[in-house]
Ligand binder design. Structure first.
Ligand SMILES: [Zn+2]
Length: 66
């Protein structure tokens, strides 16, 4: 899943820019989760993280299992 030109869901003004981050810390269901190699969709205006995916999952797209 790769989203291009996505609008920030937090400020509704910024553009979500996809970046690679190592050891990205996210919170899922109240629990901290560290993604060692993450694809992070971060807003270029407010810095809000709209999504964070594991890199291997994001790149495994072509033979996706839904
Ligand atoms: Zn924003």
């Amino acid at each position: 899943m790769t989203v291009k030109d996505m609008e920030c869901q937090f400020c509704c003004r910024g553009k979500v820019v996809e970046t690679e981050e190592k050891n990205h810390v996210t919170v899922v269901l109240g629990q901290e989760l560290i993604i060692t190699e993450a694809i992070v969709g971060r807003c270029d205006t407010c810095g809000f993280v709209n999504y964070a995916l594991r890199k291997d999952v994001a790149e495994g797209d072509s033979h996706a299992e839904n």
